[in-house]
Ligand binder design. Structure first.
Ligand SMILES: Nc1ncnc2c1ncn2[C@@H]1O[C@H](COP(=O)(O)OP(=O)(O)OP(=O)(O)O)[C@@H](O)[C@H]1O
Length: 456
């Protein structure tokens, strides 16, 4: 190998090593035998809120006074599972000596988990070997949010940040992008995790019932009111989190009432003479453009700003197709265990089609197509071309979503949704409850979609 090649090779190697060490999932830092920091990765820099220049060549005790890494240089052995607190965040870490030819030349510290919540989730999993996930917990955690592309890593980062407070949060994004699972994950890693998580689909509840559903009523409030009254979803979510899904569908008069709840932190049951105090975190989600609705005077501006204290925007699947292999693997495992199949993967042709398709129904549609393909395939390596309705053949330039006019794009989404729903209804002989299950959506959502798409 000549010197130039050797140099290039080592540069490449260096880049690769740096990528490994700079990954966003673990913190790594190393000191020499005088306690001087000679390596720190971006994970730790972000937690410390420092740049490399602030830290490199400084003594470890000046940067993280409570870090016992320098002790490792003297001790010469590793310590696992110690807690390290940096800027009010706690990490489980390991520290161990670095040796060359048996001589200690320094020590390094690394985090064992990205944070304590994930550590606890994994500990729980280990404590219950062999138990199917569904019996361990029903709500999603951050581990259930699949995706390693930059937009998804950003979503997870925002979700972690949002879980540290109880601020009102708005999650936006197309249908099926995972808004509900992110809301659940934020709840399950927040201090409210022991409290309830209540999800309300504002668009699926008939307008005349919405107020009593959300705020409850007292005995005798109206004919047919239950004896003793009934608590609303807000009261049921007390000490926990309420997810107001499809907030864009909330009628105007209810927007006023919701604004009052957010401001006063109390609800008035229908017919009540005094309010009930609440301790609820509100997360709202929508696939609509709320700003546009505000402009069109269909959504109150003051409510929009109350809800949008924090915002997480879920990227559509077409913008993160590099996540497809990971999603496909994970979803196949999920579907296998749900329907008792044994699919192992997909053909390269399927992946090619998937990467070119623009996924109007996002991950929900992907899951549905995979489940259909598993049912139609003879082999354990499934081919999505085997399914009867092939939405990617709908005559659109699937490879380049940006050239699609927004109107035709929307109508294409509706066509695809209509085809999917009709196909599943055919499979279930018109049984809507079964169809909703197959489509992985609430029955009320299916009814709403059927009404919108004129499916009788
Ligand atoms: N990143 C993801 N990782 C794993 N599963 C996902 C992801 N995104 C979505 N899903 C799955 O897709 C389905 C739809 O997700 P979810 O209900 O959270 O979407 P949504 O954005 O709230 O949809 P809608 O607006 O229609 O209510 C669920 O089965 C969910 O588990």
């Amino acid at each position: 190998m000549n010197r130039v090649v050797a140099k290039q090779f080592s540069f490449r190697q260096y880049d690769r090593l740096k990528t490994i060490l700079d990954n966003p999932f673990e913190g790594i830092m190393a000191i020499d035998n005088t306690g001087t920091i000679f390596f720190i990765n971006s994970f730790f820099l972000e937690i410390l809120n420092y740049t490399e220049n602030d830290v490199l060549d400084k003594k470890i005790w000046d940067i993280i006074p409570n870090c016992r890494l320098f002790e490792t240089v003297g001790q010469g052995y590793s310590i696992w599972g110690e807690t390290l607190k940096i800027n009010a965040r706690e990490f489980l870490v390991a520290r161990f000596p670095l040796k060359i030819d048996g001589q200690i030349i320094g020590a390094m510290v690394k985090t064992l988990f990205p944070d304590q919540t994930i550590a606890k989730e994994i500990a729980q999993k280990l404590a219950r070997p062999g138990k199917p996930e569904s019996t361990v917990r029903t709500l999603c955690t951050c581990l259930d949010i699949m995706g390693e592309t930059p937009p998804m890593l950003y979503v997870k980062k925002l979700a972690r940040k949002a879980s540290r407070t109880s601020s009102t949060l708005l999650i936006t994004g197309e249908s099926g992008t995972g808004k509900e699972i992110v809301a659940q994950a934020i709840h399950t890693r927040s201090v409210r995790r022991e409290g309830p998580f209540i999800s309300v689909n504002c668009g699926a509840i008939p307008e005349n019932l919405l107020e009593s559903e959300l705020f409850g009523y007292v005995e005798g409030a109206f004919t047919g009111a239950k004896k003793g009254g009934n608590p609303g979803k807000f009261e049921l979510a007390d000490t926990g989190t309420i997810l107001l899904d499809e907030i864009g569908d909330m009628p105007h008069y209810m927007q006023v009432k919701l604004l009052r709840v957010l401001q006063e932190r109390e609800v008035w049951r229908i017919g009540a003479t005094s309010p009930t105090k609440l301790d609820v975190r509100v997360i709202a989600s929508t696939h609509m453009d709320l700003k546009q609705l505000v402009k069109e005077k269909k959504f109150r501006e003051d409510l929009y700003y109350r809800l949008n204290v924090l915002e997480i925007n879920m990227p559509p699947l077409r913008d993160r197709v590099e996540d497809l292999p990971l999603l496909v693997d994970a979803l196949i495992t999920r579907i296998n265990s749900r329907i008792g199949a044994d699919a192992k993967g997909i053909t390269p042709e399927s992946l090619k089609i998937m990467k070119a398709y623009y996924w109007p129904g996002n991950v929900r549609e992907l899951e549905n197509i995979l489940e259909q393909a598993i049912n139609w395939s003879q082999d354990s390596i499934i081919d999505i071309r085997n399914i009867p309705i092939k939405p990617w053949e709908n005559g659109c330039d699937s490879g380049n979503s940006t050239v699609i006019e927004s109107q035709s794009f929307r109508s294409h989404i509706s066509d695809t949704e209509r085809d999917m729903i009709l196909h599943v209804l055919e499979q279930t002989n018109g049984n809507k409850a079964k169809a909703a299950r197959l489509l992985n959506m609430q029955r009320s959502v299916l009814y709403r979609k059927m009404e919108k798409l004129n499916i009788m």
